[in-house]
Write a protein that binds this ligand. Structure first.
Ligand SMILES: *Cc1c(COP(=O)(O)O)cnc(C)c1O
Length: 429
């Protein structure tokens, strides 16, 4: 595969940007390659500047559930742009997107739009502290909630892939207010609550984790979390930036039948443009300014261009009652194929899946939390990743990321992926 132009661009980029990139995992550092420069994307495919074509399982890290450059989304965005990209004033589309989200996710009574998942979680955290008058939070090892100071401890993929310590620049007092529990292990939560009686404002969780690879919570664990939060006056916050509109119509909370107090969104809610949101129970959300005293604002929040991409994406899904069933079925075909390849090659690797999210972990251990995810052989993943790329399949360049399939992936794409997978695994034995 010729990647001359990409490599030249990357060399140039390193003169201008930290590590040559604007977000760390894009750098391909852990897989020992130069990143590809993408010139265009359509449906299930992305194309690089050297003219190579790939079947894409990153989907811009989650948003592209309809596939890239979905025609009616692009048309709607073009039309919206003609009328101005941002007013810094109210527009009707904000109401439209709010209503659509509430239709998908009934626990949302009031919602605030922001511009990224990071903004959503940071704001939800401030709100939880404002509401409870408490300062500490509990999160889980391996969960990522954006790059806010409070969340940068044991924070999953980006940090794990590069083996960075908890980030410099985060003060000790901020880090000290964040407590880490073990995913899928409720006793670790009970212990932290006991040791910090009356001091915990919120429990943050990815109810289906995607940032240590795909690891789903189990139902009893989430239900116990709900119960203990209710009895201790702690807010349960589902970070559905990745799982929202992805693992089910109503996100993980629908899948599990467990209702959080607040939910954060990102990725799919913006249809490929920068959008995040947080929302939930009315009496909590109405503490946000100007309804209440907890301050949070944004120059570009709710701008008509981004709202349009989100509205159009959700509307297409909303108009198609079979959307998630069809997507799940085509993913099942893919997973079945992966499992067949593994058994034919007598490899005991672990495939974790949840709807259209999946990760092939290069370990024979069952992966239920960050510690078990880390038993994966990352050297094996690295060469597997490279062979998949050479065979025309673009996977996230990290063992600790989830892959995403879109509704644009056709059977032919899946069959080509399975052949590539077979060959890549074969050479690894
Ligand atoms: C991607 C992600 C974020 C951060 O969203 P950005 O838009 O990248 O700031 C937060 N939480 C989860 C679960 C995510 O997957």
């Amino acid at each position: 595969m010729d990647t001359t132009i990409s490599s030249k661009l990357f060399a140039e980029a390193q003169q201008h940007m930290p590590g040559g990139v604007n977000s760390p995992v894009r750098a391909f550092k852990s897989v020992g390659r130069d990143p590809l420069y993408i010139s265009r994307a359509k449906g299930s495919k992305i194309y690089d500047v050297d003219g190579n074509q790939f079947i894409d399982y990153i989907g811009s890290w989650g948003p592209m559930i309809l596939g890239h450059a979905y025609q009616s989304v692009i048309d709607a965005v073009k039309t919206a742009a003609e009328d101005g990209t941002s007013f810094g004033a109210s527009c009707e589309k904000e109401i439209e997107l709010a209503k659509l989200v509430k239709k998908f996710v009934p626990s949302i009574q009031i919602i605030r739009m922001v511009n990224s998942g990071t903004e959503a979680t940071m704001s939800a955290l401030r709100l939880a502290r404002g509401f409870t008058g408490r300062e500490k939070i509990i999160k889980f090892e391996g969960c990522y909630h954006g790059h806010g100071d409070s969340f940068l401890s044991k924070a999953g993929s980006g940090v794990a892939t590069l083996s960075l310590p908890d980030s410099p620049g985060v003060t000790r007092s901020t880090a000290g207010d964040t407590l880490n529990a073990k995913y899928n292990y409720i006793k670790s939560v009970y212990d932290l609550i006991e040791q910090n009686k009356g001091g915990i404002a919120a429990v943050f969780i990815e109810p289906v984790a995607g940032n240590m690879g795909c690891v789903a919570a189990n139902t009893e664990f989430l239900q116990s979390l709900r119960d203990v939060c209710t009895s201790e006056g702690i807010l349960l916050i589902f970070d559905e930036v990745m799982s929202g509109f992805r693992v089910a119509r109503g996100g993980a909370q629908e899948l599990y039948g467990v209702t959080p107090d607040l939910t954060t969104f990102g990725k799919i809610i913006g249809g490929g443009l920068p959008v995040g949101a947080y929302g939930g129970r009315r009496e909590i959300m109405n503490l946000i300014a100007p309804a209440g005293p907890v301050y949070q604002a944004g120059t570009l929040s709710g701008n008509p261009l981004a709202m349009t991409a989100g509205i159009e994406t959700l509307r297409i899904i909303d108009d198609d009652p079979e959307f998630y069933t069809r997507l799940s079925n085509s993913c099942e075909y893919l997973y079945e194929g992966f499992r067949n390849n593994l058994s034919e090659l007598k490899l005991a690797y672990t495939l974790n899946t949840c709807g259209s999210m999946f990760t092939l972990f290069f370990t024979s251990d069952v992966v239920t939390d960050f510690d078990s995810a880390k038993t994966s052989d990352t050297a094996k993943f690295k060469s597997y990743f490279g062979r998949m790329l050479d065979n025309g399949v673009y996977l996230p360049p990290s063992q600790f990321e989830a892959c995403f399939t879109s509704s644009a992936h056709q059977k032919e794409d899946l069959d080509r992926t399975l052949t590539a997978n077979y060959l890549a695994l074969l050479e690894r034995r």
